[in-house]
Design a protein around this ligand. Structure first.
Ligand SMILES: Nc1nc2c(ncn2[C@@H]2O[C@H](COP(=O)(O)OP(=O)(O)O)[C@@H](O)[C@H]2O)c(=O)[nH]1
Ligand SMILES: [Mg+2]
Length: 430
């Protein structure tokens, strides 16, 4: 009898033990799941965040392990053990096919950034939807919107409803969107009249000039942008044609890239006749900012004497904000700005950024994202290679790819970097 009772007690203890194990296992599953959906699966952004400064974005020093157990923690900022969360880069890597759930693992201290007017709302809505569908719904990066006028409620509501990360709305101060005091406004007006007669695109526009100057020298030092280290510029009405299976911000960070592009071309000469003179003056005054092993051969065919007009198309950019905020870049922008070509000509931010990257970065720090398929009127970057397009579920027409056409400078980028061009590029030349 005693022996029988002892057996029952043993059975009960074993049952309790099994229950305890079951409870422990199921609870640790919940913890992991929460980790994979940062913020407990709720979306960070809402209209209530409008006009509030972004939350502190500096490296917070948390280890990936700490982050795992912290469902309220949004992001790991630049301080992590990459081997714990490998980036899915090839179809053989873990996580390649998981395009639905929110990705676990680290995030970079980065944001999307868009300059827009209230009237751009539906065109930027299209762009956001594509960026979210192809990439950001799994990564939930923030989005900063900048405007020279206050954003209205419709703009904030529509964009916040589409962005999976937090949204922030900034008003550009007047001194970043007006004529600097050294500019002769009568002279500038006469230039606009001349350009109008010559039918130069945006030639007579004052706001376009403010926009180009702002993108060249000020977007990266707006208070909202000071919280981040990398940016991805998105304009209204763009398209993304392929899935993005990894985090391009992380790629930039881990490979020490400072600037990137998907399309390049020749600038319209009439808009920049004296830009290169201004650049040469800067190079002479600031030899300390010129990088050894730079991409001068991308910009010039005669060792820097003249500009060949090649530039990266800046309506798409993923880049380092720290680089744009560096003394080198600021000295460069201020030198160009003093020369007045944003107003006396119509210097675009694309050649201004590209020349800066070309002369002040070692050439390895400029990256071409072949796998980010992109359209901004009128050019398309559709990745070369049928297999790659199928793997990335691309919906672009390869015949539209601009990369190897004669008016593109991308072939030159490959040549100066000694990178092999993808198979099939020659068939796309004409
Ligand atoms: N807030 C504001 N944004 C502008 C203005 N003009 C252009 N933009 C933005 O600046 C970027 C470039 O302008 P866009 O018209 O696309 O020029 P394009 O791409 O060179 O034809 C876009 O993101 C526009 O939404 C303006 O006057 N105010
Ligand atoms: Mg545009």
């Amino acid at each position: 009898m005693t022996t029988g009772n002892a057996r029952y007690v043993r059975y009960i203890l074993v049952a309790f033990f099994m229950l305890a194990v079951f409870y422990f296992v199921s609870n640790s599953d919940v913890a992991t799941l929460r980790t994979e959906i940062p913020g407990g699966g709720t979306k960070g952004g809402d209209a209530a965040h409008a006009n509030q400064p972004a939350k502190g974005g500096e490296t917070d020093g948390s280890s990936p392990e700490e982050m795992k157990d912290s469902p309220n923690k949004d992001k790991i900022k630049n301080n992590y053990d990459a081997s714990e969360f490998p980036m899915a880069m090839t179809p053989n890597d873990p996580g390649w096919n998981d395009l639905t759930g929110v990705k676990g693992g680290p995030r970079i201290n980065a944001t999307f950034v868009t300059l827009a007017r209230n009237s751009d709302v539906w065109e930027i809505a299209k762009s956001i939807r594509q960026v979210e569908d192809r990439f950001n719904r799994r990564y939930n990066y923030d989005w900063v919107f900048l405007n020279d006028k206050e954003f209205d409620d419709t703009f904030k509501k529509v964009t916040t409803s589409l962005v999976s990360g937090k949204t922030h709305y900034g008003l550009i101060p007047e001194e970043h969107w007006s004529f600097p005091e050294w500019i002769d406004k009568d002279k500038a007006e006469k230039v606009r009249q001349d350009m109008k007669e010559k039918k130069i695109i945006y030639g007579d526009s004052v706001s376009y000039r403010h926009m180009c100057r702002f993108e060249s020298g000020f977007f990266f030092r707006q208070p909202l942008m000071m919280n981040y280290e990398y940016y991805w510029r998105v304009e209204p009405s763009i398209e993304l044609f392929c899935d993005i299976h990894y985090d391009p911000f992380r790629y930039m960070h881990e490979n020490n890239k400072k600037y990137s592009f998907v399309l390049s071309l020749y600038e319209y000469y009439e808009t920049i006749p004296t830009l290169w003179d201004s650049v040469k003056k800067f190079m002479k005054n600031h030899p300390e900012h010129i990088a050894a092993g730079n991409s001068m051969a991308f910009l010039s065919d005669d060792g820097g004497e003249t500009y060949n007009k090649c530039h990266f198309w800046s309506n798409f950019e993923i880049g380092s904000l720290s680089w744009l905020r560096s003394k080198a870049y600021i000295d460069y922008f201020e030198s160009l700005d003093q020369d007045g070509g944003f107003f006396y000509e119509r210097w675009g931010d694309a050649p201004v950024h590209s020349i800066a990257a070309g002369i002040m970065l070692p050439k390895e720090q400029i990256h071409f994202f072949n796998d980010i398929a992109y359209y901004h009127v009128p050019f398309t970057h559709c990745p070369t290679g049928e297999k790659l397009r199928a793997t990335l579920k691309c919906h672009c027409n390869p015949d539209d790819n601009f990369d190897w056409k004669s008016y593109s400078c991308t072939s030159r980028y490959f040549d100066i970097n000694n990178i092999e061009k993808p198979e099939g590029w020659e068939e796309q030349k004409n």
